[in-house]
Write a protein that binds this ligand. Structure first.
Ligand code: GDP
Length: 177
């Protein structure tokens, strides 16, 4: 039983990108292990985590990549994007700059990744609603213009994290199957 005998039908590589401190590592920890740690940098250096799920009776292994701090030095390499079939563009909804930088991240993504990559815009930290600096409508408008899926999440409170990953993985599955 368990993982050992599991037949994997698909492996989907999904990359997380966005400014430092927007919550990429915690979103991944929440999705892959249902964890959240306040002292986030315990996980630095981790390249990716996997989670196996069933979509449409198929076993899909999601391999989610975290920049592990590379983004601080604008040194996210093309190896990071290689083979990715999905990308999550993450901003912190309490930090306007992190949203304004989404256009740059998207440009970098489009320069490196496959043209059919499924992209989702994520406004994280929605538990900090009173500090909101990015109206939902601004993000919706950007997402619509750039043809991205969009969701607001909280890795801390576990809001929409599962839904966001399931949405992007299901869409990838729909495209390749
Ligand atoms: P990364 O640099 O993008 O990987 O960001 P981290 O995942 O390391 O998170 C940066 C900081 O934001 C840490 O102090 C986290 O605890 C905090 N954080 C991450 N996600 C959330 C969230 O959904 N809500 C709140 N309030 N804080 C968060």
């Amino acid at each position: 039983y368990g993982e050992y005998n599991q037949k994997i039908d698909y492996v989907f590589k999904v990359v997380l990108i966005g400014d430092s401190a927007v919550g990429k590592t915690q979103l991944l920890a929440r999705f892959a292990k249902n964890q959240f740690s306040v002292d986030s940098k315990a996980t630095i250096g981790v390249e990716f985590q996997t989670k196996t799920l069933i979509i449409d009776n198929k076993t899909v292994k999601a391999q989610i990549w975290d920049t592990a701090g590379q983004e601080r030095y604008r040194a996210v390499t093309s190896a990071y994007y290689r083979g990715a079939v999905g990308a999550m563009l993450v901003y912190d909804m309490t930090k306007r700059q992190s949203f304004d930088n989404m256009a740059k991240w998207l440009e970098e993504l489009r320069g490196h990744a496959d043209k059919n990559i499924v992209v989702m815009l994520i406004g994280n930290k929605c538990d900090l609603g009173t500090l909101r600096a990015v109206p939902t409508e601004d993000a919706e408008e950007f997402a619509q213009r750039e043809n991205l899926f969009f969701m607001e999440t909280s890795a801390l409170e576990s809001t929409n994290v599962e839904t966001a990953f399931l949405t992007i993985l299901t869409e990838i599955y729909r495209l390749i199957s």
